[in-house]
Design a protein around this ligand. Structure first.
Ligand SMILES: NC(=O)c1ccc[n+]([C@@H]2O[C@H](COP(=O)([O-])OP(=O)(O)OC[C@H]3O[C@@H](n4cnc5c(N)ncnc54)[C@H](O)[C@@H]3O)[C@@H](O)[C@H]2O)c1
Length: 326
């Protein structure tokens, strides 16, 4: 992105900033909008690598009063709300997933209504369920998920729609597929295998995958996810018909397909399978391929990384990290 208009986002609060997305998004937001304008927060104290790059504060996003105080003190006009419990952890502790995902979103939206903030909240392909058409999965379709995570994401999309329609809050969001990145590890999702596989390939040339070899899911490399978030938040609101729930994807992967691509770089790499029935059944209920034409038409979404480019870049970074850590 060439430049950010003077009048656009200036004072930003990020919740859940220490997670997989936040650890990439915060540095990019600071590059674009200025270090001191971007306040990173998380429920846990983060390590020096996350806190030394700019302002950081511990914040439990489920606490409306605390969120309100931090937004007011920072004079935030935009909240990137990333705090959440992900799918696999959510199936282990569904009450925690419901509480964190719903209470934090309700707190952020209520504070945004009171203080006039825009809000970005990621939804997920987890909104879809076994009754949804799988290939392609349309933008507007059946959403009856079988996981607590998916239920909170459907409810979250509806809550964002409500705060926009009823209270005029500038809410925006995308349904992310599985996200692949190096750096902060994934937080307990069904697509974590697509990150783990690179670390194991670089470290030992062996990986035991918890999903079956032919399980196809949508995926995206994190640099594209960060570009998607910023592009959507910079988009002309008049064009956003699906503002809280854009399907976005970059590629479709199976474990066998990704393993074959990794073998082009590391010919000795081998994958075996030890299927986790819980995560396999979640993956089986999700789409094989989502249709992201609404995002392309309404705000110009277009991914830069395909499987070849992503694999080469991941192996470069993960390989170097493994070598330098001994
Ligand atoms: N990573 C993916 O593949 C993916 C895919 C689709 C959607 N998403 C969505 O994107 C968002 C961010 O995901 P992520 O992968 O960065 O998750 P993550 O699990 O890596 O990070 C979540 C962060 O939230 C923090 N957190 C938990 N409870 C909190 C609370 N009460 N208050 C403040 N912070 C709290 C955690 O400490 C963690 O740092 C979530 O809404 C998730 O559902 C992620």
């Amino acid at each position: 992105m060439a430049s950010i208009a003077e009048e656009s986002l200036k004072r930003i609060l990020v919740t859940g900033a220490g997670g997989q997305i936040g650890s990439w998004l915060v540095p990019r937001l600071r590059e674009l909008y200025g270090t001191s304008n971007v306040l990173a927060t998380d429920v846990r104290q983060l390590g020096a690598e996350a806190t030394e790059g700019g302002p950081f504060q511990v914040l439990d996003a489920t606490q409306t009063r605390s969120v309100g105080q931090v937004v007011m003190r920072h004079e935030a006009d935009t909240v990137f709300h990333l705090a959440a419990i992900l799918s696999a952890v959510g199936e282990r502790d569904p009450r925690l997933a419901w509480h964190v995902n719903m209470a934090s979103l309700e707190a952020v939206l209520e504070v945004a209504r009171e203080q006039g903030c825009a809000v970005f909240t990621p939804s997920s392909i987890g909104v879809f369920g076994p009754g949804t058409p799988k290939d392609p999965t349309p933008q507007d379709t059946v959403m009856r998920p079988g996981t607590m995570y998916g239920i909170t994401k459907v409810a979250g999309e509806l809550l964002c729609d409500y705060y926009h329609a009823r209270h005029g809050v500038d809410t925006r969001g995308v349904r992310f597929p599985g996200l692949v990145s190096y750096g902060a590890p994934p937080g307990g999702g069904t697509t974590d295998w697509a990150v783990d596989i690179f670390h194991h390939a670089a470290a030992s040339a062996r990986y035991t995958c918890f999903l079956g070899p032919d399980t196809q899911l949508d995926m995206m490399y994190m640099p594209d996810a960060v570009r998607a978030i910023i592009a959507l938040m910079e988009a002309d609101p008049a064009r956003l018909w699906h503002r809280n729930a854009f399907n976005v994807t970059a590629m479709q992967l199976t474990p066998e397909h990704l393993a074959a691509e990794i073998r082009r770089h590391l010919p000795d790499f081998r994958v075996t399978y030890d299927i986790d029935p819980v995560r396999q059944s979640i993956a089986d209920s999700w789409p094989d391929r989502i249709d992201d034409s609404a995002a392309r038409a309404e705000w110009g979404w277009c991914p830069e990384f395909d499987i070849e480019a992503m694999t080469a870049d991941m192996l470069k970074h993960v390989g170097l990290a493994t070598a330098s850590s001994g």
